[in-house]
Write a protein that binds this ligand. Structure first.
Ligand code: SF4
Ligand code: SF4
Length: 131
């Protein structure tokens, strides 16, 4: 049976797990092509030679030398303990400011499919949980 998404946009998952996550090269490519410096400046990049920087001004050639990608950082490379794209609207719901191009780790996050995982226990969209 195909699991049905029933996210209530409470924001709990993004608040708790929306930072300190690892990224993948596939996330970076559309951001570079679209010149999304607003996103890339919040990405911490580590290279094979030990250097590190934010994703600003990253070229496609640099992609071959990346060994690690971390979400999220401030524009000076300091690690953030929140997601800079998290927005709670007046209706009380949380909206992702980069929803159309958010990282794979966010797209693949479906706590309602993870009944035995700790994060599922706090998701009101999961069976037996209350908002
Ligand atoms: S905790 Fe569950 S209901 Fe709340 S935003 Fe995350 S997936 Fe949606
Ligand atoms: S990028 Fe969007 S989906 Fe991912 S943690 Fe931030 S607000 Fe949540």
């Amino acid at each position: 049976m195909t699991p049905v998404q029933d996210c209530l946009q409470c924001g709990k998952c993004c608040e708790k797990w929306g930072w300190g996550q690892k990224g993948v090269i596939e996330d970076l490519i559309p951001w570079i092509l679209a010149n999304r410096q607003d996103i890339l400046e919040h990405v911490l990049i580590r290279f094979a030679d030990g250097k590190r920087c934010t994703g600003r001004d990253l070229s496609k050639e640099d992609l071959f030398h990346i060994v690690r990608i971390d979400y999220w950082t401030d524009p000076n490379g300091r690690t953030l303990s929140y997601c800079p794209f998290f927005r709670r609207a007046e209706d009380g719901k949380v909206y992702c400011k980069i929803h159309d191009t958010k990282p794979k780790v966010c797209i693949g996050f479906t706590p309602w499919n993870e009944g035995i995982r700790d994060y599922a226990l706090n998701c009101p969209a999961c069976r037996n949980n209350t908002p």
